[in-house]
Ligand binder design. Structure first.
Ligand code: NAP
Length: 299
């Protein structure tokens, strides 16, 4: 074999004519850590699977291609999580209520949609033994992650009150309306936390805004003087792993949970849906840790 041939083989040792393809469809997708995490999982499980990222501006065309190419599984990300619903053959009822799909399984030609972000939120809360019962559930933001936060937190019990804190009144009301249909608790909408009395509440606070995310890491969605030991603070941002919000919450005596706890658990659930096998959690988490550490290094 010539040098070029052996070089190619060493770059892609696992690809065969029968390799099952999984992929992420979104636009942009260059930032995604899903390829690193899932390829590490497939390798650790000894599966003939591979995962690629595709920048797909037109999700209908992307799904048509996935059908033709018999792609086994898809992650769906911004901006397609909502629009993809109407293009699938079947959607899990929970994903329908939430109005968003982040995972597709190609089941013998039928494309079936799920939302594993909900599992990511509820699984992280369960692992940290956090229940919503009797607490004020404070959700910051009103986008897709906020929806997952709402549904995931409601799986963990009945909050006393739900707060939707979001700067866009239309999006905030839309999420509040969903919350009223699924939560047996009063739902309040606030534009921000000024005068909210948050410091005096037993609260589960979930940040589902990008505030504090790399590169604007000096931002925080909650003023430090509102944070205290009566709070559990779950920041869905995972780059950096320790955000300013989490640092200030921990310093004020709150329990804190990082966004990697959600990201990894939603990926574990995807792995199970695509392969029918348990996710090799350690290998996937280690690949994530290495990738996020490399990304956090300045320059
Ligand atoms: P999205 O649909 O764009 O929603 C973002 C929400 O945050 C919107 O309500 C937006 O308000 C609000 N927002 C944006 N910038 C803000 C600012 N400077 N101040 C106050 N509010 C602001 O995004 P998404 O998909 O929900 O994701 C939100 C964040 O969640 C992401 O940035 C990511 O860090 C995190 N996330 C984490 C995971 C995980 O696995 N850990 C998964 C998904 C997302 P407007 O509508 O007014 O713009």
């Amino acid at each position: 074999m010539n040098q070029t041939g052996s070089g190619l083989l060493s770059v892609v040792p696992g690809i065969t004519a029968s390799t099952a393809l999984c992929a992420i469809f979104g636009s942009p997708v260059g930032h995604s850590l899903s390829p690193v995490v899932h390829n590490a999982g497939f390798a650790a499980a000894g599966l003939d699977y591979a995962y690629l990222a595709f920048d797909v501006p037109d999700i209908a065309a992307g799904l048509a291609a996935a059908r033709t190419l018999r792609v086994r599984g898809l992650s769906i990300t911004i901006p397609h999580k909502e629009t993809v619903l109407s293009l699938l053959d079947e959607v899990d009822p929970l994903a329908v209520s939430m109005g968003a799909v982040n995972t597709v399984v190609n089941d013998g030609g039928r494309l079936v949609g799920y939302n594993t972000d909900i599992d990511g939120v509820s699984g992280a809360l369960e692992a940290w033994q956090v229940a919503s019962d009797g607490r004020h559930l404070v959700i910051l933001g009103a986008g897709g992650a906020a929806r997952a936060a709402l549904f995931g937190a409601l799986r963990r019990g009945k909050p006393e009150v739900v707060w939707i804190v979001a700067r866009n009144p239309g999006r905030a009301e839309a999420l509040a309306s969903t919350a009223r249909s699924v939560a047996s608790a009063p739902v309040h909408v606030l534009p921000d936390l000024a005068g909210s009395g948050l410091a005096q509440r037993d609260a589960l606070i979930i940040n589902a805004t990008p505030v504090g995310m790399h590169p604007k890491i000096s931002g925080t969605p909650v003023p430090a003087d509102l944070l205290g030991a009566r709070h559990v603070v779950f920041d869905l941002v995972y780059n950096p792993l320790m955000t300013r919000l989490l640092r200030e919450a921990a310093a004020a005596g709150a329990r804190v949970i990082g966004g990697d706890e959600m990201f990894m658990r939603q990926a574990f659930r995807q792995f199970v849906l695509w392969t029918g096998q348990a996710a090799p959690r350690h290998a996937m988490a280690e690949a994530f840790r290495q990738a996020i550490t490399a990304r956090s290094v300045p320059g």
